[in-house]
Design a binder for this molecule. Structure first.
Ligand SMILES: *[C@@H]1O[C@H](CO)[C@@H](O)[C@H](O)[C@H]1NC(C)=O
Ligand SMILES: *[C@@H]1O[C@H](CO)[C@@H](O)[C@H](O)[C@H]1NC(C)=O
Ligand SMILES: *[C@@H]1O[C@H](CO)[C@@H](O)[C@H](O)[C@H]1NC(C)=O
Ligand SMILES: *[C@@H]1O[C@H](CO)[C@@H](O)[C@H](O)[C@H]1NC(C)=O
Ligand SMILES: *[C@@H]1O[C@H](CO)[C@@H](O)[C@H](O)[C@H]1NC(C)=O
Length: 704
């Protein structure tokens, strides 16, 4: 505690006299630590390199030491967690700049191509490493974070990424790229560098392949082409001239600002120039399903109708639905209506575009269960799936946003939630119906996964017995047997659309089971007869999802809840039926009036497999935008050969992981005929057959 107080005093009241005693050349074997000797100063005493305070811990960076507002200008390993107070920053005797942790582990802070002989915090705000010939071999200017200083430049191909906030310098939402085509452009940090995502640019895209952004010591901001010609001044001449220092920062709100600070250390920063005066210009300020609108010139995030903030305290995190849609129960729009918003723009990412009138567009979207919103613009109806991204109110592009809003609550949802609760208490399902094939596949998957320790699905409890019993044989029970097991159907666990779930006890009290009694079905859809003859029939389960896969005490998976199952006669391989199943796991063809085949279950299975691999749900709105939709994120990681991101720090067999991801991606192809059969899935998971590289799950759609 005393140490921290001392350090704070040092940071705040560091006397310039001491600063000037310091040598700006830092020799090998020098070190810094947060509690004593936290930083090295530049010769002028203006800039410091070392430990600064971040939340409860520390970060390494460069900041202006002489002024009252200690602005951080650069941060090392900005996305790493804060550092504890017992770390040391070392310029090692063999010439490496490293962070040494308590247990001796070292993290490199530079990637200099050769060993350093010395280092220096220069008076320009650049921290450099020299080789034995006093040539600079590494400098912080080459790896800028969100700021460049007077005298520095941003070379072609480099970018600045905004910080999360003024206090947290981890990577935020926006970036500025000095493009190789000569254009200086601002984009959302997680969008492609494509024209439709650019929200500001210098319109110099034809200026050649080596244009640099320069900031002079007199505050002039300009672009130079490769032969050194000034091709564009971004700001006018400054009044302050040399009696100030300047920085150009892409701020957390996405706007690029040139700041000046007079040499009077008590002054504040003043804004000399900014890229945009409309604070809603930066695309993606407001997170998913929200849009930006100006209130008294302030950018304000507003949730789309039918949505609520994920966190009222952090409105830029975006919004999630404030109702639980349950598929598309009604074809005539009873459970949904469309809310209209005017004058907003969104990411243009439709799955279907049709020439239309507004009225026809409304009707079309209402009827189409797949349609969650529609953008009507230029007499075109552009139907979209959620989440909606990059919403902002703009005067120029007028269009209408139609958002599907609904009132929904369903018995099915309640049952799932209840069953999930019980799943954690090792409940084994003894369903009166059993789906043979999926069961075997699931068992094999679980065995493969489990044996190779790829996962421990977070929703299940851990307990000692790891031995798997391949208990996949089918067994049917008579009604009196079930009546006995459930003590006369007395202990009700939940109610579903097709029946009621009861608690039962089997094997002389050693097994707790959940039993579903089909009600409406029995009254009619010959239920028990069907169930007895099911093995000759194909069954489409229709509701494959984690809540319906229960693990017994040996972690052997059981498929549960056949309330929605659809039976196929032997000579029938496809069926048309009203939508069944749980949103998120149901295959796209349910929404599109296409015939339903057993491939619908393959889709649900694929989604679930990806969830198991990644240990998360198929949609998690509190994650960063590129991760929200599991299927998209998995495909992105697969395409970029970054599968290790999916399992984070877990140790897994890489080739098995890749095999499972490939299978998952094949299963979730939007085009049913591309999905493998369950039999093929088994063979692929076992490694018996080669698995070709899967296309993007939506590739077929985009070709249409
Ligand atoms: C660095 O420090 C170690 C131990 O403190 C010492 O043995 C070594 O000689 C030093 N090297 C240089 C180059 O000063
Ligand atoms: C230093 O300079 C000399 C002569 O210019 C050169 O031969 C040597 O390779 C250089 N050393 C390094 C480490 O660059
Ligand atoms: C790129 O342009 C800068 C001036 O903006 C110049 O100093 C540098 O030498 C050029 N680099 C190449 C490879 O042409
Ligand atoms: C740089 O700009 C000058 C002036 O516009 C032009 O004459 C010159 O050709 C440009 N250089 C290149 C390599 O495009
Ligand atoms: C610079 O000076 C001119 C006139 O001297 C004044 O009109 C202008 O507002 C000043 N600009 C700034 C940024 O202070």
């Amino acid at each position: 505690m005393v140490a921290i107080v001392l350090f704070l005093l040092l940071i705040n009241e560091f006397p310039v006299a001491i600063a000037q005693q310091r040598n700006s050349i830092i020799s090998l074997n020098s070190s810094l630590s947060p509690n004593n000797n936290p930083f090295w100063l530049s010769g002028s005493g203006l800039f410091a390199f070392g430990f600064y305070k971040k939340d409860e811990g520390f970060a390494i960076g460069i900041w202006l030491e002489k002024v009252r507002q200690k602005t951080v200008l650069w941060t090392a390993n900005r996305d790493d967690p804060q550092l504890p107070k017992d770390v040391t920053l070392l310029l090692t005797s063999d010439g490496r700049l490293v962070l040494q942790q308590k247990l001796g582990q070292q993290i490199a802070l530079s990637n200099a191509p050769q060993p350093a002989s010395s280092a220096s915090m220069l008076n320009t705000g650049d921290f450099v490493l020299y080789n034995s010939n006093s040539t600079i071999i590494w400098e912080t200017v080459d790896v800028p974070t969100d700021t460049i200083l007077a005298g520095q430049r941003l070379l072609a191909g480099n970018d600045l990424v905004s910080s999360i906030s003024k206090a947290n310098h981890a990577s935020g939402k926006f970036r500025l790229i000095m493009q190789k085509d000569g254009n200086l452009v601002q984009y959302p940090a997680n969008s492609p560098a494509a024209p439709e995502y650019a929200y500001w640019n210098t319109k110099t895209a034809t200026a050649g392949d080596n244009v640099s952004l320069n900031l002079d010591s007199n505050g002039q901001l300009y672009l130079l082409n490769t032969t050194g010609f000034n091709i564009k001044n971004l700001n006018g001449p400054s009044n302050l001239s040399d009696n100030a220092f300047y920085r150009l920062t892409i701020d957390p709100d996405g706007i690029l600002r040139l700041y000046s600070h007079s040499l009077n250390q008590d002054d504040d920063w003043s804004i000399e120039w900014l890229s945009s005066s409309n604070n809603c210009d930066p695309i993606g300020l407001c997170g998913l399903n929200a849009y930006c609108t100006l209130m008294d010139q302030e950018a304000t995030c507003v949730c789309s109708p039918g949505f609520a903030f994920i966190d009222e305290g952090q409105k830029d995190l975006g919004c999630h639905r404030n109702f639980r849609p349950d598929g598309c129960k009604s074809k005539n729009g009873e459970t949904f209506y469309l809310s209209e918003l005017e004058g907003l723009t969104w990411e243009d990412n439709p799955y279907s575009t049709l020439a239309s009138t507004k009225i026809a567009c409304r009707e079309d979207c209402l009827k189409d269960c797949y349609c969650e919103a529609a953008l009507f613009k230029d007499q075109q109806c552009r139907k979209q799936k959620l989440p909606l991204r990059f919403g902002r109110r703009q005067q120029v592009e007028l269009g209408t946003t139609l958002i599907k809003v609904g009132v929904a609550s369903s018995e099915t949802t309640q049952v799932s939630t209840r069953i999930k609760k019980h799943m954690q208490k090792d409940v084994l399902i003894g369903s009166s119906a059993i789906l043979a094939f999926a069961l075997i596949v699931l068992a094999i998957t679980a065995i493969l996964i489990h044996r190779h320790r790829v996962w421990e699905y977070r929703k299940t409890n851990k307990y000692g017995n790891d031995e798997l019993i391949e208990d996949v044989a089918l067994r049917s029970y008579t009604y009196p047997e079930l009546e006995k097991v459930t003590n006369g159907f007395s202990d009700e666990l939940g109610k579903g659309a097709f029946g009621t779930v009861f608690k039962g006890v089997m094997s002389n009290g050693r097994r707790v089971v959940a039993i579903k009694r089909l009600e409406k079905v029995v009254a009619e859809a010959r239920g028990i007869l069907y169930l007895h003859e099911e093995c000759e029939n194909q069954i489409i389960h229709c509701d494959i999802k984690p809540e319906n896969i229960l693990l017994d005490e040996h972690k052997c998976p059981k498929v549960a809840d056949f309330g929605l199952a659809k039976l196929l006669r032997p000579n029938q391989s496809r069926t048309y039926t009203g939508i069944r199943g749980t949103r998120g796991y149901v295959a796209p063809e349910w929404h599109r009036d296409l015939p339903i085949t057993v491939k619908a279950d393959v889709y649900s299975y694929g989604i679930m497999l990806l969830e198991i691999i990644c240990g998360r749900r198929k949609m998690e709105t509190d994650l960063s935008e590129q991760k929200v939709v599991l299927a998209n994120w998995v495909y992105d990681c697969f395409e970029n050969s970054e599968l290790d991101k999916l399992v984070e720090d877990e140790e897994v067999d890489k080739s098995k992981l890749e095999r499972m991801v490939r299978v998952g991606l094949w299963c979730i192809q939007e085009e049913p005929s591309l999905r493998p059969s369950m039999k093929k899935v088994v063979l692929m998971l076992e490694g018996t057959v080669e698995i070709p590289t899967p296309p993007s799950p939506t590739s077929f759609l985009s070709c249409m």
